[in-house]
Write a protein that binds this ligand. Structure first.
Ligand code: ADP
Ligand code: NI
Length: 205
């Protein structure tokens, strides 16, 4: 497996990618802001080191994984084409771009796919870890508010943010690819369970 060369070229490329991502996502209020991308990049890097994967591809893929997402971009194809042009501009080789695109193409939970490459599996895990735990709780309600969804309604829980925990978030711990991510998920999962317990205690005083 190719090792990560923390050379000045790759450091400059990562800096350019951060600036690019910042411009696109800084104002997002749906839980997909710049800091989501940063956390996914950092987690991808951490997991890639543990799993002995290509750390650079994992980190870059983490930064770019939501680019071209259908719910975030009016024209997802254009967003992806712009990203590829940008990567060429900052001196990425065609082969490296192909590996990044391959790694990030199947990571969405909704599509129910598993990426083929180890780096793709790692980025998918990192994205899922950022949807659980304390950050995951905050993101669920941010997403809910931005999409005009109720926090909860015990008479009709369907389409509330609390229901989203049962539909998706509590299932994520058992839908991870790597052992390193599974380990990281335990504490985050317990945090959500305690939160829900307390939530229902306060809901029915
Ligand atoms: P992906 O980016 O893997 O396709 P989503 O877009 O479904 O995943 O989820 C991204 C973030 O938005 C997660 O933090 C998730 O909890 C939140 N989210 C998605 N759908 C809902 C929903 N219906 N209610 C509350 N939060 C949601
Ligand atoms: Ni994401």
């Amino acid at each position: 497996m190719e090792k990560y060369l923390d050379s000045s070229k790759s450091r400059k490329q990562l800096q350019a990618i951060q600036n690019y991502v910042k411009k696109l996502f800084l104002d997002d209020c749906t839980g997909h802001d710049f800091y989501h991308m940063k956390r996914v990049a950092d987690l991808s890097k951490l997991i890639a080191v543990k799993e002995e994967a290509d750390v650079f591809i994992s980190e870059v893929g983490g930064w770019l994984h939501d680019l071209g997402d259908e719910k975030l971009f009016e024209d997802p194809t254009e967003a992806k084409e712009d990203m590829i042009m940008f990567l060429y501009k900052i001196n990425f080789q065609e082969q490296t771009i192909a590996r990044i695109m391959e790694a990030i193409k199947d990571i969405s939970f909704r599509d129910q796919k598993t990426p083929r490459s180890l780096e793709g599996k790692i980025i998918q895990d990192a994205d899922r870890l950022d949807a659980i735990g304390a950050i995951g709780i905050a993101r669920a309600f941010a997403y809910g508010g931005a999409n005009k969804q109720l926090i909860y309604n015990h008479e009709n829980p369907k389409n509330t943010s609390i229901q989203h925990f049962y539909d998706k978030l509590l299932l994520l711990k058992d839908n991870l690819n790597t052992n390193s991510a599974k380990e990281l998920a335990e504490e985050r999962h317990s945090c959500m369970k305690s939160f829900l317990e307390q939530f229902f205690k306060e809901w029915t005083i």
